[in-house]
Design a protein around this ligand. Sequence first.
Ligand code: GRF
Length: 204
Amino acid sequence: MFNIAVLVSGGGTNLQSIIDSVNIGYLSNCSIKAVISDRDNVYALERCRKHNINTYIIDRSLYKDKVSDKILELLEGKIDLIVCAGWLSILEGKLISKFKNKIINIHPSLIPSFCGEGMYGIKVHQKAIEYGVKLSGCTVHFIDEGTDTGPIIVQKTVPVYADDTAENLQKRVLDEEHRALPEAIKLISQEKVKVKGRKVIIED
Ligand code: GRF
């Protein structure tokens, strides 16, 4: 069994796409062993309760710069892949080195555009529209020591229309996120993903 932990901070629609992908058999060899939230009272936790998934709250206001150490303590030796799905806290320290190329993140733009420090949520889509891009999309990448800088695994594109608002672009991108993240998890669980420097090679 390929054991997954999912890190959340909000509504959990990406978490739901993973839950659904396991339940319909698309991620047949995967099991969500734990969901960790950096705050209480988020709907992602409610989704877990509906599916009897173990949850842990590592409150960022209490743990501050010890959030990553606490995650490592909880997951080391038990988890094959950590998935950041709408996770808003920084991951750092031993967690990154002990789980090298075993932590992935979904970002709502085509990295390296509209990413990095402070670029999350609706802000990403506002910047894309302001810039006048014709394509946007989402990126699943490995987490490294930087912010949104790790090797890219999967990207999916969406058109950007002249009359788009940030909200309807966000919805269009989110629909693709719900396909990209399970796809990346599936490839990794099947050992089809090889990292060579900055490049990720997907084997057939
Ligand atoms: C999504 O746009 C995701 O790309 C970003 O957080 C947003 C909310 O995700 N990382 P979710 O609905 O909480 O999964």
